[in-house]
Ligand binder design. Structure first.
Ligand code: UDX
Length: 444
């Protein structure tokens, strides 16, 4: 089947490459010409585990193509997938739908035969109806149908998640459109993947309700971590004990510096806005949003308390991406914590300096933090002469650091582990002062 994908970001690009891999003829479109040129020349524009191989293979086979022309993308495609951004409005935090609407009205003129227009961008309930109206203003309604197909891919695991999804949610009342989506995912459905058919409006809410629920889980375990700290318990043990209850499940119960990324913060805010607009109190979401901000402040405060008494302290930051497996720094707790730390009164007086390292995100972090920190070429360089090392992203390699070497490099052997990644016994046995989250046990 010929598929057009509009938008080549973290959703569109992996989706396009994966659809090509399962045999479709895919043409991805982006208005950013430089990006299209880069992709055409065989270079990826973002880092995503496992994507390079799929991208190269399908590009070479001619199943994956790129264009900056909406006409090339839409004409002749049975399915057109809208995968453009829905960034938060800077003030209201409402999802800004300008890109979705502009693409929808732009693509209509190029539809010549029955086409399923899929909304993969995360959009508030009712957007599918508006998109359908926009297109129907230009072409007869028999020529198209608009389907909600929410995206559940995680950054860093997008390729894996595409091939092994927990479910595919299809929002449409049309059996014909649902049939086309069934064909689109045929190889996955044949392997037993669940496809859930719901109304378009339900599909739109499913996406927000799912992401917000994940945010709630993280916020909840972070609060429980604080309680553990005060009461002599240990949050890892508590999360394990909770997670063994199959009604709760073990995932998304890792304490940390709060949730970040381009989705959870944006989607919780957008859902809160939809609640307000419809006069429905979504008090839990509101609590998670506020708690997530406080969390970053609190962790910046804890880091500060470990360096404020020192002269010209040097802080090594390990991890800048919002989570492991990605180079994405959007809404990264690490960057926010750094910014909050540098805003502390007294920070310049004591001469605090920061040296940061991340296996993938140095370039994207620099685009945001500029020269606020020194960017190290290796973890060793970041740790050299440091008075404190702070683990802010859950990259698994941080758990395997050669601690003797780290100790030899640092000026003072102190680690603050904001992801509870390291093994406390190993770290303390190596002679470090070790701080982690939610550990109130005596002698921690
Ligand atoms: C999320 C959803 O998981 C995915 O289904 C959706 O399609 C897009 O949004 P993503 O933004 O890639 O995916 O990140 P996710 O893996 O959900 O992590 C979000 C944040 O929560 C990260 O900052 C991560 O470090 C943090 N996190 C996650 C925790 O702090 N604790 C956890 O237990 C899990």
């Amino acid at each position: 089947m010929r598929i057009g994908v509009i938008g080549t970001g973290y959703v569109g690009l992996p989706t396009g490459a994966c659809l090509a891999e399962i045999g479709h003829e895919v043409i991805c479109c982006d208005k950013d010409r430089t990006k299209i040129e880069t992709l055409r020349s065989g270079r990826l524009t973002l880092y995503e585990e496992g994507l390079e191989e799929l991208f190269q293979r399908n590009l070479a086979a001619g199943r994956l193509r790129f264009t900056d022309s909406l006409a090339d993308c839409v004409e002749g495609s049975r399915v057109v997938i809208i995968a453009v951004g829905t960034p938060p409005h800077p003030v209201t935090r409402e999802a800004d739908l300008k890109y979705v609407y502009s693409v929808a009205s732009g693509l209509a003129a190029h539809i010549k035969d029955y086409t399923v227009v899929v909304i993969k961008s995360t959009v508030p309930v009712g957007t599918g109806d508006s998109v359908a109206e926009l297109i129907a203003d230009q072409i007869p309604s028999e020529l198209f149908e608009v389907v909600g197909l929410p995206e559940f891919l995680r950054e860093g695991f997008a390729v894996r998640d595409f091939f092994h999804p927990d479910r595919i949610v299809v929002g449409t009342d049309s059996p014909r459109a649902a049939g086309v989506i069934g064909e689109l995912y045929r190889p996955l459905l044949d392997r037993g993947v669940t496809l859930l058919e719901v109304s378009r409006r339900s599909s739109e809410i499913i996406k927000y309700a799912s992401n917000a629920f994940l945010a709630l889980k993280i916020h909840y375990i972070n609060e429980i971590a604080d309680l553990c700290e005060r009461t002599g318990a240990e949050v890892g043990e508590v999360a394990k004990g909770m997670g063994l209850d199959s009604r709760i499940g073990p995932k998304f119960l890792r304490p940390g510096p709060g949730y970040g990324g381009s989705c959870l913060p944006k989607d919780t805010a957008a859902l809160a806005f939809v609640g307000q607009r419809n006069q429905v109190e979504l008090s839990l979401i509101q609590a998670a949003i506020e708690g997530n901000q406080r969390r970053r402040d609190r962790l910046a405060g804890r880091l500060w308390s470990l360096v404020e008494h020192l002269k010209r302290p040097r802080l090594a930051i390990l991890g800048l991406a919002f989570k492991d497996g990605t180079n994405d720094c959007r809404e990264s707790p690490a960057l926010d914590i750094i910014a909050r730390l540098l805003e502390r009164e007294g920070c310049h007086e004591i001469g605090l300096s920061l040296s940061a390292w991340d296996p993938q995100a140095l370039v994207s972090a620099r685009a945001i933090l500029a020269e606020a920190v020194d960017y190290a070429a290796s973890p060793e360089e970041a740790l050299s002469g440091a008075d404190l090392a702070a683990v802010l992203t859950e990259w698994p390699q941080f758990a395997d650091l050669d601690l003797d070497r780290v100790k030899a490099l640092m000026r003072r052997p102190v680690i603050f582990d904001a992801r509870n990644l390291l093994d406390p016994e190993r770290v303390r046995a190596a002679g470090f002062e070790y701080h982690r989250l939610g550990d109130g046990r005596v002698g921690r």
